[in-house]
Design a protein around this ligand. Structure first.
Ligand code: GLC
Length: 562
């Protein structure tokens, strides 16, 4: 029997083979929690280097490494004190070179994380700015302003920090008097740079070259939608302590001037060989605005947070997939897909919450807890739904093990500045940053030779450890491996998307990508894979076993019978 031609709605045609990044699967290494080589309980580059074989075996194309630069670690390294070195906590510069070389030996590309919106307050430029005093060239690299009101005692405007609290901090001048204020969209230890200053632009182009010269394949750009602020730094109509990045609106986000920066960076990358690339972290809506970042002479890719923040809802996901592909196609860009990262509740937990669309900042022991089994089942289904889509996908370390969020972490362990800055009203992001379990029976589950771990790992990590899943039929790890292998074999990343109308309903969705049929049941009555198709992979069994029925919270991949 051959496959009947189902009624379909084409959204996106297949594309000819392009540069590697267009359909790459990129794995995020969060170095402090990936692998600890020296036993101090914090992951490091030598530790990470020894585990790169895992990523090659998993079958990803590239690695994005979160910041490892010298930093006081007030925001887990997203507060950079020196853009051209490695923090002793993570190793030395030669360890970064060794990591890149070893990744390349495994056939993996490497993105490093560039943090251009702000430096650390320990950066030499900020120290010089404090020492130099008001109206100096040193202060002009940041956003220092005089305060409002009597004696300048009020902040220059009403902006709030993304982490909670005011976005301005007042300094004490070198002569001991209360002085100017500086802007920080994040923690007060992360002063925002002034991107209208040519020195700032020149410095970051030099930083790009520094890492490109060392052989990295590209950059993940932190807060890519925040660097340029509206002239005059106008008040917000209504200032609030909303820390949800989905709501980034106002004179500090998505200003047109950012695009000039990306054009100049693109020229820098294009002057190098080897298809170097950039991916923007831009919390921008709607998708048509996001598409502006990935125009042909700007950034290559942008994280698709509309997909990440979708509810477990067939209609909503269908809309987001359609709109994402359509928006990126208008500028000839590749679409990305992502479900988890170091800033959000892990999807194996999110999808097990009573409201799986809720997008809070962390979960604590006193909050409603997830249904762990349901969360994992849905997470596996969501992953298979995602990996069948055309474009590029981003995976966050540990999701290939089905790791849940640590939802009962002791409050005394919390390090995310969000916890303090919101007066303990938001738990913050530590729960998704817990060190990985490699071996169930080893100290710290194999994360660290001494058993030290900067955050306590929950007991469930034992059963989710890599050595409990590797080679084990049905495991989440084997599901990811099989999906990535099939994805490559079937050229899914450069493929097409057409909705299969008969199989799309209130609780189900199905699409064809080239010949691959993906059927997802998001919680309704069982759906049947049509005659003429052969199931090749199921999210519940992690292989082809289990028949052609698609029960609730399950995704199935099938190909035409030949
Ligand atoms: C980005 C990072 C996040 C960090 C923030 C400030 O959103 O992903 O971890 O806290 O920028 O640098």
């Amino acid at each position: 029997m051959t496959a009947t031609s189902p009624a379909t709605t084409l959204v996106h045609p297949a594309s000819p083979a392009g540069p590697w990044w267009r359909d790459a699967v990129v794995y995020q290494v969060y170095p402090r929690s990936f692998a600890d080589g020296d036993g101090d309980g914090i992951g490091d580059l030598p530790g990470a280097t020894t585990r790169l074989g895992h990523l090659a075996e998993l079958g990803v194309d590239a690695v994005w490494v979160s910041p490892f630069y010298p930093s006081p670690q007030h925001d887990a390294g997203y507060d950079v004190a020196d853009y051209r070195d490695v923090d002793p906590m993570f190793g030395v510069l030669a360890d970064a070179d060794a990591f890149v070389a070893e990744a390349h030996r495994h056939g993996l590309r490497v993105f490093v994380d560039l943090v251009p919106n702000h430096t650390s307050s320990e950066h030499a430029w900020f120290r010089a700015a404090l020492a130099a005093g008001p109206r100096s060239a040193e202060r002009d690299r940041y956003l220092f302003r005089d305060g409002r009101g009597p004696a300048g005692a009020q902040p220059p405007n009403n902006w709030r920090s993304t982490f909670g609290g005011p976005a301005w901090t007042r300094v004490t001048e070198p002569d001991g008097t209360p002085g100017q204020w500086y802007l920080h969209l994040f923690d007060e230890t992360q002063p925002d740079l002034d991107w209208t200053n040519p020195q700032v632009r020149a410095e970051f182009e030099a930083v790009l070259r520094f890492w490109l010269d060392r052989g990295v394949d590209g950059f993940r750009i932190d807060v890519a939608h925040g660097m340029v602020k509206a002239p005059g730094l106008p008040d917000l109509p209504e200032a609030s302590d909303d820390t949800d990045p989905r709501h980034h609106q106002g004179p500090m986000w998505d200003q047109d001037g950012v695009h000039e920066i990306y054009r100049s960076w693109r020229a820098v990358l294009d002057s190098y060989d080897g298809d170097r690339a950039m991916v923007a972290e831009a919390w921008v809506t709607p998708l048509s605005r996001l598409a502006r970042y990935v125009r042909p002479d700007e950034v290559h890719q942008s994280f698709n947070f509309a997909f990440l923040t979708s509810r477990w809802d067939a209609a909503e996901l269908r809309t987001v997939v359609t709109e994402s592909l359509t928006a990126m196609d208008t500028v000839g860009a590749t679409t990305t897909w992502v479900l988890s990262n170091h800033d959000v509740v892990r999807h194996a937990t999110r999808l097990g919450m009573a409201d799986p669309g809720a997008f809070g900042s962390g979960i604590g022991a006193d909050d409603p807890q997830p249904d762990v089994e349901l969360g994992l089942r849905r997470a596996r289904a969501a992953t298979l739904l995602m990996l069948g889509l055309p474009g590029s996908a981003y995976l966050y370390q540990g999701e290939e093990l089905g790791l849940p969020e640590h939802t009962t972490l002791d409050d005394t362990e919390r390090q995310d500045p969000v916890w303090e800055r919101t007066g303990h009203t938001q738990k913050g992001r530590d729960g998704c940053r817990v060190p990985l379990p490699w071996e169930a029976d080893a100290p710290a589950y194999g994360f660290s030779p001494t058993g030290a771990s900067w955050l306590t790992q929950p007991a469930v990590f034992a059963e989710r450890a890599l050595d409990r899943q590797r080679g084990v039929a049905g495991s989440t790890y084997e599901l990811y491996r099989a999906a990535l292998a099939r994805r490559r074999e079937l050229a899914v990343g450069s493929g097409s998307l057409a909705w299969v109308e008969d199989l799309c309903g209130a609780t189900s969705m199905a699409y064809l990508n080239r010949d691959l049929l993906v059927v997802a049941n998001l919680g309704g009555e069982p759906v049947q894979v049509p005659d003429g198709y052969r199931v090749i992979l199921r999210s519940d069994t992690a292989d082809a076993s289990g028949g052609s029925e698609v029960p609730a919270d399950t995704t199935v991949w099938a190909v035409p019978l030949t």
